[in-house]
Design a protein around this ligand. Structure first.
Ligand code: HEM
Length: 507
């Protein structure tokens, strides 16, 4: 009797699993086919993202494969677990989605939960209208003028970077092999933390609780945080179903408390600093004064905390990875390094925000680095209003649309010999080929393009200038050539243990 019911349960269970598999494979995973669109390969239950979710491949490789499967088509369908989504392949169409028809794609649709996780509600995750208002408030903090104002703080960090390296690399022809990512990570964090909230943990040796907090959010080895990342970006519906938080509670409590202390200290001691926090405090003062006439509300403590925390998250890893990629490419091409060094030497006197912009060869190398290694390998948009493509295909409201930046920038159709590092592609005088509009978008485009672009460019170039003017950079005996890419991170990063050799210059 008991054995019979046990068998019945087993058979029913098996039948359910088989029905579910058949339903998903033949119905769910044929959605795009049924709608007349080419679609990427799938596997149950990951849809087209299995290799990334199972850490077999990096996110840029997975989207590049989808991109390649759509060869000859402007758009290809794929499945994010069970949800149909799109990859847009055509630069012209990208322009339409990111800029011309922004009102149909004005959100990213990534998960945030303001009620239990105030730090997750910020510019990056906010929906269309809220985003427009927030961006309007925050944009002036990133103007050329504000960059000049904060440049002094950036300079202090890069000087410290140079001094730290001098302490590690004694004079002598043999040089010193360094784990370069640890150094660029510290620099990326120092420069953004000092300019975001004025935290002067500007040290490469001391313990840094702010660094620990930021790293806990992006730690590639933390399984739980990895899952939160994947669900927030790739399957926000599942994240919402579980009422999930994105920021670990300890990190959130620590950061909001720290911002509270900073704000109170500045107000009670009349302290003024050259950082984003000050820009936000000044803005609040201005809003308070005109509150009655224009009805604007000052930013709350949680809002100040979430925006500055976003700057730290969006800024530190992108800055650090970019600097690391540059150092690697310069190490493996000594001729290019010498040419850049000569250009840096040709600038007389102090490096200023203006002089950095004038370094033409530096700019070409920087752009080529962003082409080969875009920090954000895919951009994300959500269709918020039905949209009809020029070929008549309807993108329905609620569809996630991915923009495969890495795949586009590695497509030989737009960048011949894409694996070759060739700064001359970006020469203003004699480019070796045309750059098709919207085939090169490392900072995104349209109203949601990177607000920290100027800041990121200036801090990476400044760090590089301070390193190259004191040291020659070479591959170490154990540097992996060609470069390996870290598998688990969302921001494109070199492998964790990348080493390079620094040799002090006779200056
Ligand atoms: C080399 C460095 C950097 C690169 C390559 C980079 C790249 C990007 C990209 C691709 C996006 C998405 C754009 C889109 O969806 O169209 C983005 C957004 C953003 N980035 Fe950056 N970024 C860099 C540095 C920074 C820095 C230093 C900060 C802060 C100070 C920052 C703050 C942001 C913010 C707040 C957003 C969201 C903008 C919005 O939704 O309105 N980024 N960044």
């Amino acid at each position: 009797m008991w054995e019979n019911s046990w068998l019945a349960y087993l058979v029913t269970g098996l039948l359910l699993v088989i029905t579910c598999l058949v339903f998903v494979n033949f119905y769910v995973y044929s959605y795009w086919k049924r709608h007349g669109l080419i679609q990427a390969k799938t596997s149950f239950p990951w849809g087209s993202l299995g290799d990334f979710v199972l850490s077999k491949k990096c996110i840029h490789e997975v989207y590049e494969e989808i991109y390649k499967q759509g060869d000859g088509h402007p758009v290809i369908g794929y499945y994010s677990f069970f949800t149909p989504a799109l990859v847009v392949r055509d630069p012209d169409l990208l322009k339409s989605i990111l800029v011309r028809n922004y009102d149909s794609f004005s959100e990213r649709g990534v998960y945030s939960n303001r009620a239990i996780d105030p730090l997750s509600h910020h510019l990056f995750s906010s929906p269309g209208d809220q985003h427009r208002k927030m961006r309007h408030v925050l944009s002036p903090s990133f103007s050329d003028n504000k960059m000049r104002y904060m440049f002094e703080t950036m300079q202090a960090c890069s000087t410290k970077l140079g001094e730290h390296l001098c302490s590690l690399v004694p004079r002598g022809a043999e040089g010193t092999t360094l784990k370069i990512k640890e150094i660029t990570n510290n620099y990326g964090l120092n420069v953004i933390a000092s300019t975001a909230v004025g935290i002067d943990h500007n040290s490469f040796e001391k313990e840094n609780p702010l660094a620990d907090a930021a790293l806990k959010v992006t730690d590639p080895d933390d399984l739980m945080q990895g899952l939160r990342f994947i669900l927030s970006f790739v399957s926000p519906k599942i994240a919402k179903f579980f009422n999930m938080r994105f920021t670990p509670k300890g990190v959130s409590d620590f950061y909001i408390d720290m911002v509270d202390k900073i704000v109170n200290y500045r107000k009670s001691h009349n302290v003024v600093r050259k950082d984003f926090m000050q820009v936000l405090l000044n803005l609040n003062e201005e809003i308070e004064k005109s509150k009655e006439s224009d009805g604007r509300e000052p930013l709350s403590l949680d809002e100040m905390a979430s925006q500055t925390f976003l700057f730290i998250l969006a800024g530190h890893e992108t800055t650090s990875a970019s600097l690391c990629f540059l150092l690697y490419e310069l190490a493996v091409d000594q001729e290019m390094q010498q040419k850049l060094y000569d250009e840096i030497k040709s600038v007389d006197g102090d490096i200023t925000y203006e002089t950095i912009k004038e370094l033409e060869y530096m700019d070409m190398i920087f752009n080529e680095m962003l082409r080969k290694y875009p920090a954000a390998p895919v951009l994300i948009r959500l269709c918020v209003k039905d949209f009809i493509l020029p070929n008549g295909f309807l993108i329905r409201k609620g569809t996630q649309v991915m923009i495969p930046v890495y795949a586009l920038q590695k497509d030989p159709k737009y960048f011949p010999q894409p694996d070759k590092f060739e700064p001359e592609r970006f020469s203003k005088r004699a480019p070796i080929h045309e750059i098709v509009p919207f085939s090169f978008i490392p900072f995104g485009e349209g109203p949601r393009y990177c607000i920290g672009k100027r800041f990121g460019i200036a801090s990476v170039k400044l760090g590089l200038i301070h390193i190259l003017s004191k040291f020659k950079v070479l591959p170490a005996s154990d540097t992996k050539i060609p470069l390996e890419i870290e598998k688990k991170t969302f921001v494109l990063n070199p492998y964790k243990d990348l080493t390079l050799k620094l040799v002090a210059r006779d200056t």
